[in-house]
Design a protein. Structure first.
Length: 146
């Protein structure tokens, strides 16, 4: 029961962090007075690197929790919980390093070709939030239903 509460806290905090950073702070930052592209990109790079570190910790805890709870969860709940974990892995190992390299080149004044990587990241963030919230709801109601 205590582990369930901790899992719910992590899912709730994680959802809030992604919503607050990815869908509030990131777009609003560039509307601030006197913000330059370089400053905005530098801040974004720092903030998203920190968010990713927290997300990796959340993934670790939820994987351990899932190992202990696996036999008690139905397959759908397990799948719903695994999707955000897979998304963080994709973001951590592929998209964030790629986006960080692009930012470094832009900050160094190097011209770069357009890409869809930022769009992919935003889409994955939206999917991740949906599944984090769905995981929260499913896990919260699990003992009442089973």
């Amino acid at each position: 029961m205590k582990l369930k509460v901790i899992a719910l806290l992590i899912l709730g905090i994680w959802s809030g962090m992604v919503l607050g950073i990815s869908f509030l702070e990131a777009p609003l930052k560039f509307q601030a007075p006197n913000i330059t592209l370089s400053l905005g990109l530098g801040i974004g790079q720092l903030v998203f690197a920190a968010l990713n570190k927290f997300e990796c910790l959340f993934v670790l805890f939820l994987l351990v929790w899932l190992i202990f709870q696996y036999k008690q969860l139905d397959k759908l709940t397990t799948l719903v919980l695994l999707i955000p974990l897979v998304i963080v892995t994709i973001q951590s190992l592929w998209l964030l390093p790629l986006l960080s390299t692009r930012i470094d080149k832009i900050l160094a004044g190097i011209s770069i070709a357009k890409s869809n990587h930022h769009f992919y990241y935003v889409v994955l963030e939206a999917i991740k939030v949906v599944f984090l919230i769905t995981s929260f709801i499913k896990i919260n109601s699990y003992e009442r239903d089973h």
